[in-house]
Design a binder for this molecule. Structure first.
Ligand SMILES: [Zn+2]
Length: 167
């Protein structure tokens, strides 16, 4: 793991403690409910390319808008991504590619903590053959409350970080 990623994971760990979320599945909508300066709303965006937005309001609060055309699980990741911008990049700078990287990687670590994922891979490893592998992806995505696409992305990423990890 690169020092940059390790630093980001430490920061996400601090945020989990601050937001009092320790048990998976981690519910980003509930985190928003617990933040007095964050308002969450949904809106049918015209473009499906736009998933969500974070706006810093004049009153000092923040507005997270999710695209109501996306599924609840897609919205969960979108919401986690905007929460990362809120926590890591308050008041601007969110179009920068470094910030986007942090928001994406931070959201993955928030919803699918690396340690929890590694532990679950270990538990399931003996059964991970053939069609069970397909069921594993689906069951774990359900467990973490994310889409299979997000879970698969996370799995591949953790896999590439941890040389020697076979699943
Ligand atoms: Zn972003």
């Amino acid at each position: 793991m690169t020092p940059k990623l390790a630093a980001l994971y430490r920061r996400v760990d601090e945020l989990r403690r601050l937001w009092r979320v320790s048990m998976c599945p981690i519910d980003p909508f509930l985190i928003c409910d617990g933040l007095p300066d964050v308002t969450l709303r949904e809106f049918p965006f015209a473009s499906t390319n736009m998933n969500a937005s974070l706006v810093a309001c004049e009153d000092g609060g923040y507005l997270i808008t999710l695209n109501s055309r996306r599924t609840l699980r897609e919205q969960a990741f979108d919401c986690a991504h905007e929460l990362m911008h809120y926590a890591l990049h308050p008041r601007g700078g969110i179009s920068d590619s470094e910030c986007e990287w942090q928001a994406d990687q931070g959201a993955l670590e928030l919803l699918i903590p690396r340690d929890v994922l590694l532990h679950r891979i270990d538990l399931c490893r003996p059964a991970l053959t053939g069609s069970n592998r397909r069921r594993f992806l689906s069951a774990q995505a359900n467990f973490f409350g994310v889409t299979e696409a997000v879970f698969r992305r996370r799995l591949e990423q953790v896999h590439s970080e941890s040389r020697g990890l076979h699943w």
